[in-house]
Design a protein around this ligand. Structure first.
Ligand SMILES: Cc1cc2nc3c(=O)[nH]c(=O)nc-3n(C[C@H](O)[C@H](O)[C@H](O)COP(=O)(O)OP(=O)(O)OC[C@H]3O[C@@H](n4cnc5c(N)ncnc54)[C@H](O)[C@@H]3O)c2cc1C
Ligand code: SF4
Length: 481
């Protein structure tokens, strides 16, 4: 019988085809085509089926990657799907947007031996998109309804993963979210060309069909305090993400047409969803015909430059104070941006914004790299006397996110937070310092990744269930006494 696996010596690595840059720039659709079945089988068969799979160890969800690769290579797709979804509430999302080069694929043994990693993310996407197409993905069927209820604040990946896991056990789950649509950053942050919205919307629909209630346009702190919400439920999960944009305090910061990244991306995503967006419709937040300068070097900055390209900006420049090797964003996304015509100005930092009411130019300092800082990355230092100007009529600031002041917003000043403003939890129980109130996702970790949010949501579900069970047991023993 022909050997099915370990084909990496004879078979070259192939990723799904990318659409041409001309086509990509003409719409907001995802840039990769789906694998065709034979390619997915072939590429899966390159896996070396390691005894100790480093890909799995470096996947935050400990996905059983070698098993689903083997099943895919054997054409047993339904079984591959069953295994894939057993550890991941949104595998088709992770397959699309995980920075695989830093996680599973970056640790693939055949990558280390110079043969090119197994294309794990693309296979994960293929398996799960096929499952959706074939109707294998089903809502949760509750065996026994339980009375206890959990209120989840935040309909992002952490909240949704926790909700699904708790519902599987039969709990009553309600998710509250301040936006009009569920999905968190999957809907209003990440652009379509990385993650098309139907992928998120069909997940949300499935959760609704599973009996999970969604209450949209409901802001905790405004519509109810944390304690008021707690009085309605047996446990609460806070999964509100981090949304406070980091500022850049330089002269000219108050000029018109300088925006934080999320304002720009949300407007673009809303337009894609068919909404009316006043600031976009009147041209303010539309990059068309403009010289756009994006400040920052993370994934959000990459999403802003690539969105600007698709909105038909006249020019798109990305200012980053370190060099390409030291960029925090995914190397894959930087490569995509370069292919699409974005100009990167490495080792440069804005000194001031220039203009009369509206921004007209950015004054830029050239930088050099000095000694490593506490993060181990070399510290950028200004090259004295190196200033120069670049034209700009739209500036987008993408310098990262901090948590909002939740104790104040939630009217719960006792809620414990860390020195960074993230919510403090007991790492074993995932409980905050307030009884029955748990927290997960970016609001605990700081700005992170979807795959970590899902992991946290799943872990929180286990801990919330333990907490609720221990309450039942306590009540029983008190009644018996
Ligand atoms: C532009 C951008 C691009 C990104 N790209 C990637 C990527 O390619 N790959 C990747 O893995 N990660 C990416 N990330 C990171 C990823 O999106 C986050 O790590 C992840 O969404 C965090 O999940 P979460 O559930 O903790 O929070 P979120 O997704 O932020 O969801 C939190 C939810 O809580 C709601 N909420 C907040 N406050 C309240 C309140 N007071 N009352 C009620 N509801 C509230 C919000 O409306 C939101 O819906 C990106 C992030 C951004 C900003
Ligand atoms: S969830 Fe992310 S890290 Fe894990 S296997 Fe999938 S793509 Fe890799």
């Amino acid at each position: 019988m022909k050997k099915k696996m370990l084909q990496f010596v004879d078979l070259d690595q192939e990723t799904p085809l990318k659409r041409s840059t001309v086509k990509r720039k003409g719409d907001f659709n995802e840039i990769y085509d789906q694998f065709i079945t034979e390619k997915a089988k072939e590429q899966s068969s390159r896996c070396s089926q390691c005894g100790v799979p480093f890909c799995q160890i470096h996947c935050p969800l400990s996905n059983n990657i070698p098993d689903w690769l083997k099943l895919t290579a054997e054409g047993r797709l339904k079984e591959a799907y069953e295994i894939s979804q057993s550890t991941n509430n949104m595998p088709e999302v992770c397959g699309r947007i995980c920075p695989q080069d830093r996680l599973c694929e970056g640790n693939c043994v055949i990558e280390q031996s110079g043969h090119g990693t197994v294309t794990i993310g693309s296979v994960e996407k293929y398996i799960n998109d096929t499952a959706w197409e074939k109707g294998w993905v089903k809502p949760v069927k509750v065996q026994k309804e339980l009375k206890q209820s959990i209120g989840i604040i935040g309909a992002g990946p952490a909240g949704m993963a926790c909700a699904e896991e708790l519902r599987k056990s039969g709990y009553q789950v309600t998710i509250y979210d301040r936006y009009d649509r569920p999905g968190g950053l999957l809907i209003y942050g990440i652009p379509n060309f990385k993650l098309e919205k139907f992928v998120v919307e069909r997940r949300t629909k499935l959760l609704k069909q599973s009996g999970i209630k969604f209450v949209q346009n409901f802001e905790v702190g405004k519509d109810k305090t944390l304690y008021e919400l707690k009085s309605k439920h047996d446990a609460i999960l806070i999964a509100t993400g981090v949304y406070k944009a980091r500022e850049i305090n330089i002269p000219g910061n108050d000029l018109i047409n300088i925006f934080p990244a999320m304002e720009f991306l949300t407007a673009s995503n809303r337009k894609g969803l068919g909404d009316k967006v006043k600031l976009f419709d009147d041209g303010t937040l539309n990059a068309e015909g403009k010289d756009v300068v994006v400040i920052g070097g993370g994934d959000t900055a990459m999403d802003c430059v690539r969105t600007s390209v698709r909105q038909k900006a006249k020019s798109v420049k990305c200012l980053y104070r370190r060099d390409r090797e030291n960029m925090p964003g995914s190397a894959r996304e930087v490569g995509n941006a370069i292919e699409e015509g974005v100009e990167f100005i490495w080792l440069s930092s804005p000194k001031s914004f220039i203009g009369n009411k509206k921004v007209e130019a950015v004054e830029v300092n050239k930088m050099k790299l000095g000694e490593p800082d506490s993060s181990g990355r070399r510290r950028p230092e200004i090259e004295v006397g190196s200033e120069y100007k670049i034209n700009a009529d739209l500036v987008i600031k993408s310098l990262g996110f901090d948590p909002e002041n939740l104790p104040k917003l939630f009217n719960a000043k006792e809620l414990g937070i860390s020195e960074w403003g993230t919510i403090k939890i007991d790492l074993k129980t995932m409980q905050t310092n307030l009884d029955g109130i748990f927290a997960a996702g970016d609001i605990v970790r700081g700005a992170s990744l979807v795959v970590w949010a899902i992991r946290d949501g799943r872990d929180a579900a286990i801990q919330i269930e333990k907490y609720l069970q221990s309450k039942i047991n306590k009540n029983k023993s008190e009644e018996a006494a």
